[in-house]
Design a protein around this ligand. Structure first.
Ligand code: NDP
Length: 499
C-alpha cells in the first residue's frame, strides 16, 4: 500500500494552542511499509485462503478507511490449523533438541527488532495507537518476550528442578485488539519455547501485525505447523478454544467471554489460563510527590487511549490533597494531544473501532445520569475517525457504574478517601483484581498498602511498567493464571504429577 501520512486523510491539526507556539506536525512516514490488499490464514507454514473463500475488512480507525481484506477462518480452517499444529508437535517440535528450538525463537526475536519500525507503523495504522507507544513500548516489548523465552528453551530442567519439564502439546490462543503484536508475543513465545505448537487467533479489528509476525516466523525457518494463525471474529475464537484436539487454552480478553470459555472448557480436561478485564485503583496519598503522581495518573489511564486491561481507571485521592491533585491533573490533561496516531506529537490516538467508541460514549452518558461531574479537555480532534477526548468523572461514588465497570477508554473515575484503611477498602471494592498503583513518599506505607490490595500486579510511585521477566495476571474476575516470567513458562508445561 502506498500510504503516506498525507494519504491517510487526517488534516494536520494545530497542536498545543492557537498562539503560534504549538507543535508543528511530525508525521511518521509510511513509505517503506508494505501492506497487501489481501491476507490469508497462516496454516502449516503457508498463507492460504479460507476454505469457503470468505473474508472480512480491517480498517484504519483514524480514517475509517479499509486497509485490507483478511481471510475469515471457519471451523474447517481451524481443523486444518489444529491438525497442522498436532503434526508439527508430534513429528518435529517435540523431537527437536531444546537448544535448537531456542535458536528459532531467538531468530524470530532478532527479525522483530530489525523490522521494528515497519511493525510499529502497521500497529498504529491498524489499531489507532500513537506511534510513540507502538515504537517505544509494543514492538520492543514483543521482541523482548521472544528473547527472554528463547533463553529458557534449553534450560527448562533448571527452571523447574526435578520436574522433567514436558510440553503440553497444542495450545489454542485467542488475543484482543489493544496490544495486538505484544499479546501475540506473550502467547506464542513461552508456548513454543516450552516445546508446544500453537494456533493463535488475533482480534478481528487488528489482525495485521500478527500476520506480519507469521511472515517473520516463516522467514525465520520455524518448521511448518509450529505456529498457525487463523483470523476471524468471535466464532473463529470459539472454534479454536473448543476444538477437541487442543491441550491448552490461553485467552486474553473480556471477562464476559472468559466466563463463556471457562464454562465451555469445564470437564474437558484442557489446561487453561484466562487474562481478563480490570478496573484498577490508583491511590494517591497525602504524602505523595504530587507532580509525579499526576504524571502517573495520566500514564495510568490515558496510555493507549485507556484500552489497557490494567489501566488505572479509578483514581482514589486522599481528601487533604484532592483539590491540588485534581487541579494539576486538569491542567496536565489540557496539554494532551489527541489525533493522528502516526504523528509523533500525539499522546492519545484513535479509539480502536466504532463499536468501542459507542461503548465509551454510552458510559459518558451513564456517568452523567448517575450524577458524577464530567470534565473533558478542549483539544481539537480530527473530523473523521474515532476519537474521545480525555475525560474525568469527578465526585463519583462507589455504586456508580463508571466506578464499577470496565470502560476501556480514556475515562477516569475520581473518588476521595480520608484514611489509609478507607482507601484500601475502596480499592478492593470491585469484582476485578488485576492491577493497582500506590503513590506515597513512605516506602513502608507503599508496602503495607500493596500487600492488602487484592490484585495481581501493583506499582508503587509508577504505573504501567512491563517486563518479560515479570509475571502478569489477575484475581477474582480478572482471570486465572499468570503470563510473563517463569510463571508464564510454567503454564505451558505438564503439571508436576504428570511429568
Ligand atoms: P473480547 O473478549 O471481546 O475479545 C477477545 C478475543 O476473543 C478476540 O480475539 C475476540 O474476537 C475473541 N472472542 C470473542 N468471542 C469469543 C468466544 N465466544 N470464544 C472465543 N473467542 C472469542 O475482548 P476485547 O477484544 O473487547 O478486548 C478487550 C478486553 O480484553 C477488555 O475487557 C480487557 O480488559 C481485556 N484484556 C485483558 C488483558 C489481560 O491481560 N488481563 C489484556 C488485554 C485486554 P473478535 O476480535 O472477533 O471479537
Amino acid at each position: 500500500m502506498a500510504s503516506t501520512t498525507a494519504s491517510t486523510g487526517i488534516a494536520p491539526l494545530r497542536l498545543g494552542g492557537d498562539d503560534g507556539w504549538g507543535y508543528a506536525p511530525a508525521p511518521e512516514s509510511t513509505d517503506h511499509v508494505e501492506l497487501r490488499d489481501r491476507y490469508g490464514l497462516f496454516i502449516d507454514g503457508e498463507f492460504t485462503d479460507a476454505a469457503d473463500g470468505r473474508t472480512f475488512e480491517t480498517a484504519n480507525p483514524a480514517t475509517e478507511e479499509k486497509i485490507a481484506d483478511v481471510a475469515l477462518a471457519a471451523d474447517a480452517d481451524v481443523d486444518r490449523a489444529v491438525a497442522a499444529a498436532r503434526r508439527a508437535y508430534e513429528n518435529v517440535w517435540s523431537k527437536l533438541p531444546p537448544r535448537e528450538r531456542g535458536k528459532y525463537v531467538y531468530r524470530v526475536a532478532r527479525v522483530l527488532q530489525e523490522r521494528g519500525r515497519e511493525l510499529a507503523i502497521t500497529e498504529s495504522l491498524d489499531g489507532g495507537k500513537p506511534i510513540r507507544e507502538s515504537r517505544d513500548v509494543d514492538i520492543p516489548l514483543a521482541a523482548a518476550h521472544f528473547f527472554y523465552y528463547a533463553g529458557w528453551a534449553d534450560k527448562l530442567d533448571y527452571a523447574f528442578p526435578g520436574r522433567g519439564a514436558r510440553a503440553l502439546g497444542v495450545a489454542g490462543q485467542v488475543i484482543p485488539w489493544n496490544f495486538p503484536l505484544l499479546m501475540a508475543a506473550w502467547k506464542i513465545a513461552p508456548a513454543i519455547a516450552a516445546g508446544n505448537t500453537v494456533v493463535l487467533k488475533p482480534a478481528e479489528t487488528t489482525p495485521l501485525t500478527a500476520l506480519k509476525l507469521a511472515e517473520i516466523i516463516r522467514d525465520a525457518g520455524v518448521p511448518p505447523g509450529v505456529v498457525n494463525i487463523v483470523t476471524g471474529a468471535g466464532e473463529t475464537g470459539a472454534a479454536v478454544v473448543q476444538h477437541d484436539d487442543i491441550d491448552k487454552v490461553a485467552f486474553t480478553g473480556s471477562t464476559e467471554v472468559g466466563k463463556l470459555i471457562r464454562r465451555a472448557l469445564a470437564g474437558s480436561g484442557k489446561h487453561f489460563t484466562l487474562e481478563l478485564g480490570g478496573k484498577a485503583a490508583n491511590l494517591v496519598f497525602e504524602d505523595a510527590a504530587v507532580d509525579q503522581a499526576v504524571e502517573g495518573i495520566v500514564n495510568g489511564i490515558f496510555f493507549n487511549q485507556g484500552h489497557v486491561c490494567c489501566a488505572g481507571s479509578r483514581l482514589l485521592v486522599q481528601e487533604s490533597v484532592a483539590d491540588e491533585v485534581i487541579s494539576k491533573l486538569k491542567d496536565r490533561m489540557e496539554t494532551l494531544i489527541v489525533g493522528d496516531p502516526l504523528d509523533k506529537n500525539t499522546d492519545i490516538g484513535a479509539i480502536n473501532s466504532r463499536a468501542q467508541l459507542d461503548k465509551i460514549e454510552e458510559y459518558l452518558e451513564i456517568g452523567k445520569e448517575e450524577g458524577a461531574e464530567p470534565f473533558q479537555t478542549s483539544c481539537p480532534v480530527p473530523e473523521r475517525g474515532y476519537w474521545c477526548r480525555p475525560t474525568l468523572f469527578l465526585r463519583a461514588s462507589q455504586s456508580h457504574r463508571v466506578v464499577q465497570e470496565e470502560i476501556f477508554g480514556p475515562v477516569l473515575a475520581v473518588q476521595t478517601f480520608r484514611t489509609v484503611d478507607e482507601g484500601i477498602a475502596m480499592a478492593n471494592n470491585t469484582p476485578y483484581g488485576l492491577s493497582g498503583g500506590v503513590w506515597s513518599d513512605k516506602g513502608s506505607k507503599a508496602f503495607r498498602v500493596t500487600s492488602r490490595i487484592r490484585a495481581g500486579v501493583l506499582w508503587a510511585n509508577t504505573y504501567n511498567k512491563f517486563d518479560p521477566t515479570s509475571p502478569f495476571g489477575g484475581y477474582k474476575e480478572s482471570g486465572i493464571g499468570r503470563e510473563g516470567g517463569l510463571s508464564g513458562l510454567h503454564a505451558y508445561l505438564q503439571p508436576e504429577e504428570a511429568a
